[in-house]
Design a protein around this ligand. Structure first.
Ligand code: HAM
Length: 424
């Protein structure tokens, strides 16, 4: 048996896991600050939900879904993304009755059967938001601003590209024109794009194959086909973003690989990542809720790819222990240390102790290795005299503390150290 995680998945071990947690917590705090509340969804849905939302002829639905039959013969799929699930939950629980807009955020694993490479995995994690129930440009602008704030907070460099893919009033004319153009240039397209050109021409614009890129470069320009309403909406989004200092570049070929988008689409790119350079992406999807059987309800959102954020920002500062290490010298002291460590934890202080019968010297080394700023030392002398020895590990100085004063002294010392929480 091969003892190995499945292809395209990875373990996130300490201390890196601590950094992941902190990044996620920062994101969540920021989302709440903008008025979003968490929605926790199943990681699988009926396959139909994704086929109808993301689109039958997209790469995700055609090639990348982890789909299986349950024992009742139903087709289920591990979610390749969360927007479809949020829309399904919105319809199922009639969230519109709870008042609009609904501002929701989510986090968790997504699954796509893609060829793994740096920044592309089969199981990856997203942090995302959906603002459901507003067609206003301010909703698009808020969502984009929120995503930009996330990257600013983490000091991750990004470039924002944005476009409008129009709506049902203006897009069909563009798709016709594109379709015509692609038919004329069929010979120069890759095999996938020849199929896409017939089934779903817009998807050709996402193709990364070199020969296709040359054809795409000369394709009709979507902007020229936008109707007045879509044009105004887009201008208002960009103008609101400018008003809050968010710079963006219009990318006329940006259409995104999912079919549910209408009007605004955007991506946050990071220049240091290679081919997989989108750290986050999103857009407006005004027809999705209705397509899933709900009332027509406009919506907009984005998802951040956590793995890519961690790749773009690899400052792997160690997560240091923050509390005390209780060091015991001798058998009876070990029993006592077990109790003292628990008392400290009950009082909210992180505490650890030796479980390997190590010598006092080795225990001290372990405390240092784990980065504990304080050590409570408990030996025969201490037990006989009713006191503890408190060692400041950074300065290497020790003091005696009466037993009943221990908690207060520990707290004071830790406060002096300062909480490393804010030092990300
Ligand atoms: P998406 O562009 O498919 O959009 O994915 C969003 C982000 O997830 C990407 O920009 C990337 O950072 C990350 N990502 C996607 N696939 C992978 C992968 N195989 N490995 C690692 N990271 C990946 C969506 O998922 C939409 N639901 C976004 C959205 C929300 N639109 C409206 N609301």
């Amino acid at each position: 048996m091969e003892v190995k995680a499945p292809k395209g998945t990875m373990d996130i071990l300490p201390p890196l896991s601590g950094r992941w947690r902190r990044v996620q917590e920062k994101g969540v705090r920021l989302f709440r600050n903008f008025g979003y509340r968490e929605i926790i969804l199943p990681i699988m849905e009926h396959t139909e939900i994704f086929a109808r939302s993301i689109g039958e002829s997209t790469d995700i639905v055609q090639k990348e879904m982890f789909t299986f039959r349950d024992k009742g013969g139903r087709s289920l799929t591990l979610r390749p993304e969360a927007t479809a699930g949020v829309a399904r939950a919105f319809v199922e629980h009639r969230l519109d009755a709870a008042g609009l807009p609904q501002k929701l955020y989510y986090q968790g694993p997504m699954f796509r059967h893609e060829r793994p490479q740096a920044g592309r995995y089969r199981q990856f994690r997203q942090l995302g938001v959906e603002l459901i129930g507003s067609s206003q440009a301010s909703a698009d602008a808020e969502v984009v601003l929120l995503c930009r704030e996330f990257f600013s907070l983490l000091e991750v460099e990004t470039e924002l590209i944005i476009n409008s893919v129009g709506d049902e009033a203006c897009r069909p004319a563009y798709v016709d024109a594109l379709s015509d153009y692609l038919r004329k240039n069929k010979e120069k397209l890759c095999e996938d794009c020849r199929r896409r050109a017939v089934e779903n021409p817009l998807r050709v614009l996402d193709c990364k194959v070199k020969d296709c890129a040359a054809v795409i470069g000369k394709a009709p320009d979507l902007e020229a086909y936008l109707c007045g309403a879509c044009r105004d909406h887009f201008q208002e989004v960009v103008s609101l973003l400018q008003a809050v200092g968010v710079e963006c570049r219009r990318e006329p070929r940006l259409v995104r690989g999912l079919d549910y988008y209408t009007r605004t689409v955007f991506e946050f790119l990071n220049p240091s990542l290679g081919a997989q350079n989108a750290l986050a992406a999103g857009g407006r999807y005004d027809n999705l809720i209705e397509q899933l059987g709900g009332k027509a309800t406009p919506a907009v959102g984005f998802s951040i790819g956590m793995e890519r954020v961690m790749l773009a920002e690899p400052r792997l500062e160690e997560e240091k222990a923050r509390g005390v290490y209780v060091l015991a010298i001798g058998g009876e002291a070990r029993r006592q240390a077990f109790v003292i460590a628990q008392r400290l934890r009950e009082a909210g202080v992180e505490a650890d102790l030796d479980h390997l019968d190590r010598s006092p010297k080795a225990q001290m080394r372990e405390a240092g290795r784990e980065g504990y700023p304080l050590c409570v030392i408990l030996g025969e002398e201490e037990m006989g005299g009713g006191f503890f020895t408190l060692r400041d590990m950074l300065r290497g100085v020790q003091e005696r503390v009466p037993a009943e004063e221990l908690l207060r002294a520990v707290r004071r010392r830790l406060e002096e150290e300062g909480s490393p929480e804010g030092k990300d």
